[in-house]
Design a protein around this ligand. Sequence first.
Ligand code: ADP
Ligand code: MG
Length: 360
Amino acid sequence: MKSIYYTETPLDTVRLGASLGRLLKGGDAVLLFGDLGAGKTHFVKGIAEGLGVQTLVKSPTFAYVNAYRIEKRIDREWTENGLGVGGELFHYDLYRMERGDDLTSLGYHETMADPRAVNVVEWADRLGDDVPRRAIRVEILAKGHTRSIAVDFAYSARCREKDVEAFYDHWQTPLHVRAHCRQVASVGQQVAEAMIRRGEIVDINLVYTSCLLHDMCRVCDFKTLDRGKFPEPITDEKWARWNALRAEYAGTHHADIAHGWLREKGFDDTAEAIRLHKSLNIVDDFAAYTPESFIVYYADKRVKHTEIVSLKERFRDGRERYGADNDAAAQARFREAEKRTLHLEKTLFGNLDIKPADIR
Ligand code: ADP
Ligand code: MG
């Protein structure tokens, strides 16, 4: 599925590029298509800004490729301390490429394989057989001053909605957990749609599928398992499967189990968004979030069982259910997580046309 955005000025194209830059992680590639003067370089300037590149991006038409250090993400609201993400941005422009020109000598294959690099390619149609299997595709069309900018995440490393049923099946996810996940997905979708209405690029399918799968391994770390307490009948087969899974993954948090399993299958983006839904990660690993993984995290904190509640209520419930047996240090971390999540809500909704209480 493609999302199409429209811009009327070069500055708006840069701004749109910045909203994509904020989503990117090391190892990501962006392919740009569009005629001369379409606005590809303006869009890349934005990507660089969103990533936190501090130097001015210039068109590398004569050099084929320019490299920029990613200093820190520019939008401090998102990362609070402006924590560094490290790595490099490689900006390719293949306009002058001719048949037989050697991409390898440009360093193309090396930078594409670098997990700390973000690669952006103008005139990506020149890549031929070297087109990466995984990339975000951006196609720009010009008509007067209007640019239609189609962004396609279909080739990124996330699972599709059609995978969800099979994964639930594999993990034998209980029905009430699936219902919780569906409600979280609905919240996530509403936030993502509101951001898109504001002209921000968001991979809404990544948000949606990550929400649907965030608790798929939940059975593995339920404190206790009581066969009689499930609304659905538990067959002997299901009971045996649950116990086998619990034995296999004993001691591992359900978010980390899902993360490892999805990565093995090549669904890195979904895996990462799910890894980060763990409540305390917002304290421990704040710099790892992208807007999408923030939305997944936030959406989960707005749903108690299947009911949409305020953050305050959900954190109160969490404290009551898990807090009692924790020591003072753990409780302080939990309070810090709550504080950051409230701040995240302010940041997320600061610019939107809906308020937290409008989520239904
Ligand atoms: P490309 O890299 O695709 O060749 P550039 O980004 O270098 O394109 O240039 C785009 C040109 O179009 C610039 O001259 C810019 O001022 C002009 N322009 C007019 N309207 C827009 C718009 N809405 N977005 C981007 N560029 C625009
Ligand atoms: Mg250009």
